[in-house]
Ligand binder design. Structure first.
Ligand SMILES: Nc1ncnc2c1ncn2[C@@H]1O[C@H](COP(=O)(O)OP(=O)(O)O)[C@@H](O)[C@H]1O
Ligand SMILES: [Mg+2]
Length: 269
C-alpha cells in the first residue's frame, strides 16, 4: 500500500490496532478509516471492545500495538504533544460528568479557560453560542441537578463543542437516559452530523444509525466483522454474527427464547 499525500488523509485512521489488558486481548487488529465529515456508528455486543476502541482513538487507553492518526497527526508517535492533539477530539460518555456545584455556563467556561486559556468574556460567548446550538440557552444559570438527564447530556455535548473539536467521539450517549429523553440528544447529534462534524458513535440506536450514519461498523470479539453502509450492515448483513446481534436488538424476547433453545441443545459458546 502506497502512502497517500497528507491532504487525502482520512480524519481518523486506525491501523493494526491491538489492545490487551493483561492476558485479555480486547482489540485484535482493528483497521478503520473515517473521512472528514463522515458519521460512523459502531455497533456490537457488550464486551466486544467498542469503548476500548474509542478510548484508544483519543489515547485515554494506550494501544498495545498499532497506530492511530487524527487529522494526519500520529497520536501513537511517542514524541507527539498528546494534550495538543486531544484538544482536537471531543468525547461524550454515557455519564455526563458535569460538575454539580457549577452552573451550566460555568461547566462550559471552566475547561475553555483552564485548557485553552481563553479569557472570561470569550469563554462565556462561546458557551452561550453552544448552549443555543443544543437548545438550552434558558438553562445557562441552572445547576445540573435541576436538569433532566437528556438536558445534562446536551450540556455535556455543548461543553465538548465549546472546545472547538475537529472530531467528536460518542460512547453510548443515550444509554443512561429514560426513553422519552433520548430523542432530543439524538436530535443534537443529527444537527452536528448535518453541519459536517466528523463523528464516531458507539450506539444501540439503530434508527439513528440507519438515518444518520454514512457507515456502520459491527464489532465482535475485538475485531471489525462488517463495515459498510447502514443499508448493507443493518439492512442486509453478510455475517451470521451480525444477523444474530441485530435480531437480539430488534426483538429481545425472541433472543431469550433462542438462548434457552440453544442451552437445551448445548450449542451455547
Ligand atoms: N481498564 C480495563 N482494565 C481491564 N479490562 C478492561 C478495561 N477496560 C475494558 N476491559 C475489558 O475489555 C473488554 C471490552 O470492554 P469494552 O471495550 O468496554 O467493550 P464494549 O464497550 O464493547 O462493551 C471487556 O472484557 C472488559 O472487561
Ligand atoms: Mg462500552
Amino acid at each position: 500500500m502506497s502512502e497517500k499525500p497528507l491532504t487525502a488523509r482520512p480524519e481518523i485512521e486506525v491501523r493494526g490496532l491491538h489492545k490487551s489488558f493483561g492476558d485479555n486481548e480486547v482489540l485484535r487488529g482493528i483497521d478503520l478509516e473515517i473521512e472528514q465529515g463522515e458519521v460512523v456508528c459502531v455497533i456490537g455486543p457488550s464486551g466486544s471492545g467498542k469503548s476500548t476502541l474509542l478510548r484508544c482513538v483519543n489515547l485515554l487507553e494506550e494501544p498495545t500495538k498499532g497506530q492511530v492518526f487524527v487529522g494526519g497527526t500520529e497520536l501513537t508517535d511517542p514524541d507527539v504533544d498528546i494534550d495538543a492533539v486531544r484538544r482536537r477530539i471531543g468525547m461524550v460518555f454515557q455519564q455526563f460528568n458535569l460538575f454539580p456545584h457549577l452552573t451550566v455556563t460555568e461547566n462550559l467556561t471552566l475547561p475553555q479557560r483552564r485548557v485553552l486559556k481563553r479569557d472570561k468574556a470569550t469563554a462565556a460567548k462561546v458557551a452561550a453560542e453552544n448552549l443555543e446550538r443544543v437548545g438550552l440557552s434558558e438553562k445557562a444559570n441552572a445547576y445540573p441537578a435541576s436538569l433532566s438527564g437528556g438536558q445534562q447530556q446536551r450540556v455535556a455535548i455543548a461543553r465538548s463543542l465549546s472546545m472547538g473539536p475537529e472530531v467528536m467521539l460518542f460512547d453510548e450517549p443515550t444509554s443512561a437516559l429514560d426513553p422519552e429523553l433520548v430523542g432530543d440528544v439524538l436530535g443534537v447529534m443529527r444537527m452536528l452530523a448535518n453541519e459536517g462534524m466528523t463523528m464516531m458513535v458507539v450506539t444501540h440506536e439503530m434508527t439513528f444509525a440507519r438515518e444518520v450514519a454514512d457507515r456502520v461498523v459491527f464489532m465482535d470479539g475485538g475485531v471489525v466483522v462488517e463495515d459498510g453502509t447502514p443499508a448493507q450492515v443493518i439492512g442486509d448483513p453478510a455475517h451470521e454474527r451480525t444477523r444474530h446481534f441485530l435480531s437480539r436488538l430488534i426483538d429481545p424476547a425472541m433472543a431469550e427464547v433462542e438462548e434457552e433453545t440453544s442451552d437445551q441443545v448445548g450449542e451455547n459458546d
